[in-house]
Design a protein around this ligand. Sequence first.
Ligand SMILES: NC(=O)c1ccc[n+]([C@@H]2O[C@H](COP(=O)([O-])OP(=O)(O)OC[C@H]3O[C@@H](n4cnc5c(N)ncnc54)[C@H](O)[C@@H]3O)[C@@H](O)[C@H]2O)c1
Length: 261
Amino acid sequence: MSRRRFSDQVVFVTGGSSGLGADTCELFIQEGAKVFVTDILERDIIKRLGADNACFHTCDVSNPEDCENAIKACVEKYGRLDVLFHNGARLPPLGDVVQHDVKAFQDIISTNLNGLFYLSRVAIPQMREQGKGNIIATASISGLGGDYGLSSYNAAKAGTVNLVRSMAIQHAKEGIRINSVCPGYMLTPMTQAMQDSAELGEEFKKVIPMGRGADPKEIGRAVLFLASDDASYITGHALTVDGGTMAHTGFPQYTNFLGSG
Ligand SMILES: NC(=O)c1ccc[n+]([C@@H]2O[C@H](COP(=O)([O-])OP(=O)(O)OC[C@H]3O[C@@H](n4cnc5c(N)ncnc54)[C@H](O)[C@@H]3O)[C@@H](O)[C@H]2O)c1
């Protein structure tokens, strides 16, 4: 029998019309939720999800007014807010800090980190009033370690992991749990250029112990777990869902050079 852990619950999603966001909206709806989908583009997401269980509102998460208005519009539409799944983000152009344009760095911090602050400061009072709430932010394993050419992305995702921890401890006694999910390499539109390179694909297989990228639904199911009562004693956590990538030190495979036994 399928589970319906989110019956009568309202879930607010950013970056909800593509990739992980869209797939997670679908999973929440399958478990009984109404979903308030936000993004900078609609991309026919309501056609996909069905207008009975979802509605769309434009929200650029780098804009504090957009964030405030969107949360208010959600509460106006559905009368409550149970889960905030903050997921909208983008990749910068690749390059080291010398090559990275100042404005581009600021834009990535603004989109990939600041949005969580803008949304949470409006969502938390609503959740507090309801006596319970849940925030899940999509961070990344790129918030736990560094990548070549992705300084602003690394900084923003690390900030997300720690902003989550700070908010989690401050609002724990109010019944609000706040966690981040840290995906590894996911097969979504964001990584299309990487997927298009067969050689890079082989490199990814080498560094991911499971030898493949994630279907975004494999991350979405972790988001639903964190948002559900199954995770009732978990807050301030950064949950890696990465096929084992972060379990590896990054050192070479000794056995290929030194033999084993
Ligand atoms: N794909 C990966 O390998 C990977 C790995 C780790 C973490 N992530 C994270 O997962 C999340 C989802 O990404 P995805 O892989 O599904 O990519 P995606 O490009 O399919 O989805 C990202 C979504 O964010 C939206 N977005 C971009 N800028 C925005 C803004 N200013 N305001 C609101 N929305 C905005 C996009 O329109 C898009 O719908 C992101 O936070 C990303 O950083 C992705």
